[in-house]
Design a protein around this ligand. Structure first.
Ligand code: MRU
Length: 344
């Protein structure tokens, strides 16, 4: 299984997703500032991975701290704020930072070396847990699918977006092992192309049959009867089940409803945000307009054209058939069912 983030010589190595599918290259982050820049610039991306990488970043920063011991707690808070400021939508980032803070507070009177080791162990635990969680999501999700299934997905919710296996792609992988997948329709996912660059790369590597389409072809493809289910990942799920995911997800959910196709969200419980009662409260990241005006340095429009570039959208819970988690599949009413599951 490909490693998306790991420690080497006290530095963080991250799989540089901005280079895929042309090159499989690792980037070294020697400081937490470098990691923050890598997250902001999408060298690594995907809700679960952003969270776990930030946890590794905290561990690295505390190990490297060379100030007075009385300044360590303030330093921890600065590191936490820096990482928290990288991307606003995926709640897994904040979940992971809170988890690291609990370890820090429980151990911060220990020797710095011991504290750093505890933090690193916690980050490694998160990494290992994430893989198991994805495999459980895959198992629960595949049971929803029949033989010869045609699945549509958007963005990349695969091994690259997690610590391995993936959420939406985890379901597809588990179904493919049972020969249930006829074809995956991969939406290219403008403007950053996580679909055409990353999901295509992963599925081709696993020899799972796929066809790439542009995002605007999704509706027509569904209308031809070529899609049996849509499965996507999630960046944040509000208490009522409203779900933020990559821009274009909401459109797929509307199209799926019109065409009587089930629409599934696959996500770990760490993606749930019970502090938000509905999806309107989810902060949606707006990214640099150049992502739309240009494509890998090639000018696509006039340089001064006004651009709206939200990285995510919110799918209302009414359009979601079920949410697939590591503890099972949730159907409506999502509010009470999600709560029960989280407490179980
Ligand atoms: O901007 P990105 O590439 O980080 O967006 C990623 C997504 O929207 C994924 O679908 C989501 O994070 C789930 S990944 C398992």
């Amino acid at each position: 299984m490909i490693r998306t983030v790991f420690f080497e010589d006290q530095k963080l190595k991250i799989l540089d997703q901005s280079q895929l599918p042309m090159q499989l290259a690792y980037l070294t982050c020697a400081s937490v500032e470098e990691l923050a820049t890598a997250i902001k610039t999408l060298k690594l991306r995907g809700a679960p991975l952003i969270g776990v990488a930030a946890a590794f970043g905290v561990a690295m920063a505390i190990a490297d701290y060379d100030g007075p011991s009385h300044g360590l707690e303030a330093y921890f808070q600065r590191v936490k704020s820096l990482l928290a400021s990288t991307r606003p939508t995926a709640v897994n980032l904040f979940w992971a930072l809170e988890r690291m803070e609990k370890v820090f507070l429980a151990k911060h009177s220990a020797h710095q070396k011991e504290l750093a080791l505890c933090l690193r162990n916690e980050a490694e635990n998160m990494y290992a847990e994430d893989i198991k969680i994805n495999q459980a999501i895959g198992e629960h999700g595949q049971a929803l699918l029949n033989e010869d299934c045609n699945i549509m997905t958007v963005c990349n919710a695969g091994a690259l977006a997690t610590c391995g296996y993936g959420t939406a792609l985890g379901v597809i992988r588990s179904a493919a092992i049972r020969n249930k997948i006829k074809r995956v329709w991969v939406c290219e996912t403008r403007p950053v192309l996580q679909g055409s660059r990353l999901t295509v790369w992963e599925l081709m590597h696993d020899k799972i049959p796929l066809t790439l389409i542009t995002d605007s072809m999704a509706g027509y493809t569904m209308s031809l009867g070529k899609v049996d289910a849509v499965i996507t990942g999630a960046d944040r799920i509000a208490a009522n089940g409203d779900t933020a995911n990559k821009i274009g997800t909401y459109s797929l959910a509307v199209l799926a409803r019109h065409n009587n196709i089930p629409f599934y969200i696959a996500a770990p419980l760490s993606t749930l945000d019970f502090s938000l009662s509905n999806g309107m409260q989810i902060p949606v990241e707006e990214r640099n307009p150049e992502e739309i005006r240009q494509l890998q340095g090639i000018q696509l429009s006039l340089p001064d054209v006004d651009v709206f570039n939200p990285a995510f959208d919110v799918t209302p819970n009414q359009l979601i058939t079920a949410i697939i988690t590591e503890k099972g599949v949730i159907e409506k009413p999502f509010g009470s069912e999600l709560k029960k599951l989280k407490q179980s």
